[in-house]
Each structure stands twice: as C-alpha cells, then as structure tokens.
Write a protein that binds this ligand. Structure first.
Ligand code: HEM
Length: 372
C-alpha cells in the first residue's frame, strides 16, 4: 500500500482534504445552538477523508445535517474490548460467525460489524468495478488484486475487507483524537493560540496548503509535534520480533542479551513523558520543538514515537500530517476566535490508560466547546 500514502500522493489528494476542511469549518460556524463534542466533529471529517481516499466514496458525515451517525462510538466500543482479544486470542474464533450474525446485532457493535462485513466489501467492490469500466485510476484494491506478489488467499473479498477496515480504523480515531487534544490546548492556552495565529494570519484561510504551511510556520509544526507527543498515538506495547539477530543492551557495565525471536514491545508513553528528553513533560509547550532562531529542532524528532518506528511504522503518516496541518490552521484562523471550552479540563485529554490508543480518564465525556 505504501506508494498510495507517499507525500506526492497526498499532495494530489490535498484539494479534497481542503474542501472537506472548509465544509467542516462552515458547519462548525453554524453550530451555535449549544455545546458540541469536538472529537465527534473531527471523527466525521477523518472518516470522510479516509473513505474518500481509500474507496473513492466518502462516508459523507460532514455533509449530513447533524453529527450522527459517525464511527466514534462504535470504534470506541471496539477499543474497549481490545485486551480481551489480545489475552484470549482463541475468542477470535467468534469472528468466523460474525458475517452471518452481523445484521441481527443492534447498537454500536452491530454498526461496526455491518461496516466490516457489508459496507466496506461493497465499497471495495465498487472501487474495483469503477476501475474495470475504465472510470477510475488504479487504486489500492485493484493493485492488490493484480499484484503477482500476493498469494490468492490474500486477495479474497474477506481479506481485502479486513485491510479496508484496518485503514478506516487506523486513519479515523487516531487523527481525530490528535486534533481534539491540539484544539483543547489552543483554547486553554490563549498565548499559544495567539502566537500560532500571528504566524499564519496572512494566509488565505479557505485555501490553505500543507506545503506552504510547513514552510511558513515552524510554530504550527511545533504545535502538531507537541500534540502528537502528548497524544501518544498508539500507547500499547506494539511488539516487534528481531528474527535474524540477538539484541545487546549495555548499561552500568553490564551487558544484557535478548535472544533473537523474542517479541519486544515498548509504549510510546515512556519516551514522550521522559523528563530527561522533554523537561516539564506533562506540559503542552510547542516551543520545545524550536531552536533559539524559531526553527524546527530536528534532533528532538527522533524521540517522537506517536507513529511508531521501523518497518511497521505508520503508513498513513503523510496523510495524517496533511490533515493535521490543514485542519489546525483552518480552525485557528476561522473557528477558534469564536470557540470556547465548555465544562472541559486538562483531565479530559490527558493520558490516563491504554486501550491500544491512549485514553483519558474513565468517564470523561471528551472535549466540549461552544461556538458564538
Ligand atoms: C495522527 C494520526 C496517526 C497516528 C498517531 C498513527 C499511529 C500509528 C502507529 C503507532 C502505527 C504502528 C502500529 C504498530 O506498531 O503495529 C500505525 C500503523 C499504521 N497506520 Fe497509522 N497513525 C495515524 C494516522 C493514520 C492514517 C491517517 C492512516 C491511513 C491513511 C494510517 C494508516 C496506518 C496503517 C496502514 C498502519 C499499518 C502499517 C503496517 O503495519 O505496516 N495511520 N499508525
């Protein structure tokens, strides 16, 4: 899939992202009739961007009259069960019967199952047929089907739907929760927001470009990196297995050898909250990513683990950055001047526990805002 997520591909997609972001800002500016959960609004946007890109057919959540339905609650329900599957993997056998019972299950899990077994396979089929009729360019799915490298069992409709679901899941709540955390801190720290606004205020807020923003505003980049640091991304210990070499770790005159074949996992939280690397680690301080000339400190970026590292690191990193840059800038210029936090404190975004993705304290209802 990698070539579909290159920076060049993302630049081709950018006009679609921009028009969805403009629609999101317009809709938020009309939402003056009461408090709203900003994570849900972002979840609608990220579902639309990823489905538009991966299937050529958007979920249309931003365009609908309200904010429901969306995938936020169903995906959260899925996250709530993540450790059950992890520690009792034999229970995954239940999934074999899931396609047959999906239509009889109600609520969030039912929605999620229908998405996986009906909606996503139909979207993939549509993308394949559009290509066959010559109406669409090659896409992720037609490339997989035509790939001589993949064995037939990797090309079944069931298997492709699994990949489609993984993409949707990987691209939706991750990016939405980062945007939510960044929005919280920009609203809670007016000086931070002011500095950002000052750096980008002469840009056309309806025609923002990722590349131009990157060049124009190191501070925007720093705000995003700080959001990714405190948002942690995947906080669970995603394991890696060194297959061909023993790992040697030296500390205090001792040498420890971890034999090849041993799964090793580490959480991003340990690095992101390490006071030796990030002093006052619990604080949201974008300045830490800039040097004394206000330019990006690239030496520090090697400690950013939100996208993980190595051969299994996030494939959607360019996609995520494009969305994070354009949304944060558009919200800062267009919506945040009229937006205030509503019954929300730092506790509602701060890392508390791990459910694959970093979670705030139990019982929080998220980041709520009012728009005047
Ligand atoms: C800020 C947003 C995002 C964060 C923090 C994030 C984080 C991550 C992390 C930590 C992993 C590695 C998982 C592991 O170690 O096993 C990962 C994998 C992945 N991500 Fe993301 N992600 C984000 C956005 C996206 C988006 C927008 C997409 C799709 C467009 C995406 C697609 C993927 C895919 C396909 C993988 C699997 C890569 C592989 O196993 O080879 N991600 N992501």
């Amino acid at each position: 899939m990698a070539r579909y997520f290159s920076r060049g591909q993302m630049l081709r997609l950018e006009p679609e992202v921009r028009s969805l972001v403009n629609a999101l800002c317009d809709k938020l500016l009309r939402s003056t009739d009461g408090p709203l959960d900003v994570n849900t609004a972002y979840s609608c946007l990220t579902s639309d961007t990823i489905t538009q890109y991966a299937f050529g057919d958007s979920t249309g959540f931003v365009a609908q009259p309200g904010w429901e339905p969306n995938y936020r609650a169903p995906l959260q329900t899925f996250l709530d069960t993540v450790y059950v599957w992890k520690f009792f993997p034999f229970l995954l056998n239940i999934i074999r019967i899931a396609p047959y019972i999906a239509k009889y299950i109600s609520g969030d899990i039912g929605l999620l199952m229908r998405e996986m077994f009906e909606v996503i396979p139909a979207r993939i089929q549509k993308a394949i047929e559009a290509r066959e009729r010559g109406e669409a360019e090659a896409n992720i799915w037609t490339d997989m089907l035509e790939s001589p490298l993949l064995p037939p069992e990797e090309k079944t409709a069931y298997r492709l739907a699994g990949d489609g679901f993984a993409l949707m899941f990987a691209g939706t709540e991750t990016t939405a929760s980062m945007l939510t955390l960044i929005t919280y801190y920009l609203l809670a720290q007016p000086a931070t927001r002011q500095r950002l606004e000052d750096e980008i205020k002469d840009m056309d807020p309806r025609n923002l470009s990722w590349v131009a923003l990157e060049q124009k505003s190191p501070y925007l980049g720093a705000v995003i990196l700080e959001g990714l640091r405190l948002g942690h991304g995947l906080s669970s210990r995603a394991p890696r297995v060194p297959r061909d070499e023993d790992l040697v770790y030296r500390k205090g005159g001792y040498e420890y050898v971890i034999p090849r074949g041993t799964p090793i996992g580490m959480t991003s939280v340990h690095v992101h909250l390490n006071e030796d690397i990030f002093p006052d680690a619990e604080k949201f301080m974008p300045e830490r990513w800039l040097d004394e000339n206000g330019q990006r400190r690239h030496d520090l970026e090697k400690y950013l683990m939100a996208y993980s590292r190595g051969s299994r690191m996030c494939q959607g990193i360019n996609f995520a950055y494009c969305v994070l840059y354009v949304v944060t800038a558009a919200m800062t210029l267009r919506v945040m001047p009229r937006m205030s936090l509503y019954k929300t404190t730092e506790e509602d975004v701060k890392y508390d526990h791990d459910l694959a993705l970093a979670q705030p304290k139990r019982g929080t209802t998220g980041v709520w805002v009012t728009i005047s």
